[in-house]
Write a protein that binds this ligand. Structure first.
Ligand code: ADP
Length: 685
């Protein structure tokens, strides 16, 4: 390879001498010389001619002297080496040039043999430098590859996880249907269908993203009223928002807007933004979908800064929001913002399926349509996504196909459906959760073996761990050894029975001591049953069944009470099967709701705050006591109150609905009829 050398010298005969001396090497293509008469010219040549390796420079030159020049060169071109040409004996200048990083110097009058040696030596140095630089670059590249590898395997884990949930439901359901077809076939098939669609949707999104990135996607544009279509999408999502306890509001400044659009792609974009809004907004929140026509520059589009007639779509939520530092990345493929554990809890476990694909696809699609998307967000306040699409009118008039409308409904139900896993494991037939607290591995194994078939088992190896697990999981029942290191079974029992979050959980204590005294001690601390080791299998089964049957009786009692024409005076908790503790817990629940009964927005989140429990803890407890989910139970109380008002006052239906926190009288009437079996108008006075 040719070595490029720049010579900076104001004496012109120098150029001739060099060309003469190195003519063979120049002809052979070993050296190529460039000449500059001063510093400024030298810098211009360096700019224009990449790959120069050595600069040979005089020190005393007009304008910029050699020392200034080499300083400038070292700053801008760290791989170039400089050699100073100086008058013989000009030690001072030579010293300062070397101090500025000059690699070597030669003195005038020039000894050309020495010059050639110097050039060769300098070239070797440059070669070493370049090699170092190359291996440094290689190391960086390796690091990048490793990072990519890590991201890929992370993605793989995420995707695998994302697939596992629906697959578990599908397989579990198939099994149930096989075992008890009559009982499961109708719900089961629905769940299998929904989860299967979910998987298909996810796979399609991934494939779409790949196609988009490879530029292999085509738009199927039609010309029609885009507002009507967006409204249709909003309504499809709206129909499902009630179960999530989140309100979706559709706002539009235009009644109608005829333009070109691709219905399926637009659906893809909007469903991603809306389902994210649902996913990252806790119960009780709001989502706004606002559509306007604006004149605005779209930066991503070719038209660049010129304002164009655009459709502006804003999706805003009052959800958990994102940190400033996440915002530049959320449209990147596979990127997921960090969400704090407590925040996740407010969303409920069902809402945490994440892949980081949706927004990447959304941005790619938007750009593909000539539009742009932007985000603003604040942690704890909510997020706003703003989409701009150019309004074009080039296509034939067209209708949204019926199949697309069907797809809208399907996708809306996928996005908003409560997680099937939760439905499944909470279903009437799901196995009860049992926590075994036992420090002896053999006994643990023995008990687990006996019960694994009929229960979902969790284990803890001492009282401390037992308490932690009980609080985290709120199991349906606990079996605990008494004698354990650290906290013993009595302490566990007492702690859990005194804590409102776990006080309802039946506890069976196991001990080797058969004496009446410790039995009494256990019962005093709140144990529900006592078994002394060695115990008969049958004895354990009977005890467990008794306790669970008691709970079912309690739940049945609640179900009956909700449908009966019972008092409804806010004190439905007067139940002989309940302990005082549970009674007072439910009373507090009722009081909190009663105090806010006109507030439509008083939902699960507010209730959790009132009772100082997490969503999951409250859910498991309410479910255990009443057989209902928290939101159903709250609704049941609201409806009870409504029934009482209808029975005993002359308020009309809308007024009653309003009084008990239903803003939509139609929805009120429907749920009322479903609960009591007759319409509000038919309520006996
Ligand atoms: P996914 O939700 O499947 O992880 P997305 O690409 O749709 O994938 O979103 C990427 C990330 O951006 C999410 O993981 C989440 O952290 C964040 N995010 C997206 N939308 C919202 C929103 N409305 N509110 C808060 N965070 C959001």
């Amino acid at each position: 390879m040719v070595a490029k050398i720049l010579v900076v010298e104001d004496e012109t005969q120098f150029e001739r001498l060099i060309l003469q001396r190195f003519r063979r090497k120049i002809r052979a293509g070993t050296f190529a010389f460039f000449f500059a008469a001063n510093g400024r010219e030298a810098l211009a040549i360096l700019e224009k001619e990449p790959g120069i390796k050595i600069v040979l420079s005089d020190i005393n030159m007009p304008e910029m002297n050699g020392i200034e020049l080499i300083t400038a060169i070292h700053e801008k071109y760290p791989l170039i080496r400089t050699v100073i040409v100086s008058a013989y004996g000009d030690m001072e200048n030579i010293r300062s040039a070397m101090n500025q990083g000059a690699f070597d110097f030669i003195t005038k009058p020039i000894n050309f043999t020495d010059l050639e040696t110097t050039i060769n030596k300098t070239l070797e140095e440059v070669e070493v430098l370049e090699q170092a630089k190359r291996s440094e670059e290689l190391a960086i590249r390796n690091e990048q590859l490793e990072e990519l590898d890590r991201l890929k395997s992370e993605l793989f884990t995420n995707i695998a996880h994302e697939f596992r949930t629906p697959l578990t439901v599908i397989l579990g359901m198939a099994e149930q249907i096989k075992l008890a077809p009559e009982k499961w076939v109708s719900t089961g098939v629905d769940m299998i269908h929904r989860n299967g669609s979910n998987l298909l949707y996810l796979v399609n999104e991934m494939l779409d993203l790949r196609k988009l990135e490879a530029g292999k996607i085509e738009l199927k544009m039609i010309h029609g009223d885009v507002i009507a279509y967006i409204k249709y999408i909003a309504q499809s999502f709206q129909a499902l928002t009630e179960q999530e306890d989140i309100l979706l509001h559709f706002l539009s400044s235009e009644d109608e807007l005829q333009m070109d659009y691709d219905p399926e792609r637009l659906l893809s974009i909007l469903s991603n933004l809306l389902s994210n809004a649902f996913k990252y907004t806790p119960a009780g929140g709001h989502i706004y979908l606002q559509v306007d026509r604006v004149l605005q520059a779209i930066h991503a589009a070719e038209s660049a800064e010129r304002p164009v007639d655009s459709l502006k779509i804003v999706v805003r939520d009052t959800g958990i929001g994102m940190a400033e530092s996440d915002l530049p990345h959320i449209f990147d493929r596979y990127y997921q913002a960090d969400i704090k554990e407590e925040t996740l809890e407010t969303l409920g476990g069902a809402k945490t399926n994440r892949t980081g694909i949706g927004l990447a696809l959304t941005r790619e699609l938007t750009r593909f349509m000539g539009g742009e998307i932007a985000v603003e967000s604040k942690v704890g306040k909510g997020s706003t996504f703003t989409l701009l699409l150019p309004i074009l009118k080039e296509q034939q008039l067209g209708e949204v196909q019926a199949s697309t409308k069907e797809l809208v409904k399907q996708i809306a139900s996928l996005s908003v459906a409560t997680d099937a896993i939760e439905l499944f494991s909470d279903g009437a037939d799901a196995k009860p959760q049992l926590l075994i607290v036992e420090d002896n591995p053999d006994i643990l194994q023995y008990i687990s073996g006996l019960l694994a078939e009929d229960y979902q088992l969790q284990v803890a190896k001492d009282g401390e761990e037992g308490i932690t697990k009980a609080l985290a999981q709120i199991p349906d029942i606990i079996i605990s050894d008494v004698m354990m290191p650290g906290k013993d079974g009595f302490e566990l029992c007492e702690t859990l029975k005194l804590d409102e979050r776990t006080s309802h959980i039946p506890i069976i204590l196991l001990t080797a001591k058969a004496d009446a005294e410790s039995r009494l001690e256990g019962l005093k601390r709140g144990a529900d049953a006592y078994l002394s080791k060695p115990f008969q299998q049958e004895e354990l089964f009977i005890r467990l069944n008794q306790l669970l049957a008691l709970r079912q009786k309690l739940q049945a009692h609640f179900a009956e009470q909700i449908q009966s024409t019972a008092t409804g005076n806010g004190n439905q908790t007067d139940n002989p099967l309940l302990s005082d503790m549970e009674d007072s817990f439910l009373a507090r629940f009722h009081q909190a709701l009663e105090a806010n009964i006109e507030e439509e927005d008083f939902g699960i989140t507010e209730m959790c705050n009132e009772l100082a429990m997490s969503r999951a803890q409250l859910h498991r407890k309410i479910k255990a006591l009443t057989g209902l989910s928290t939101s159903h139970y709250m609704r049941a109380i609201r409806l009870q109150k409504a029934k009482l008002l209808l029975e005993s006052t002359d308020l009309n239906i809308s007024e009653v609905a309003y009084r008990v926190g239903f803003r939509d009288p139609k929805y009120f009437s429907r749920t009322y009829s479903e609960t009591f079996g007759f319409a509000p108008t038919d309520t006996p006075k």
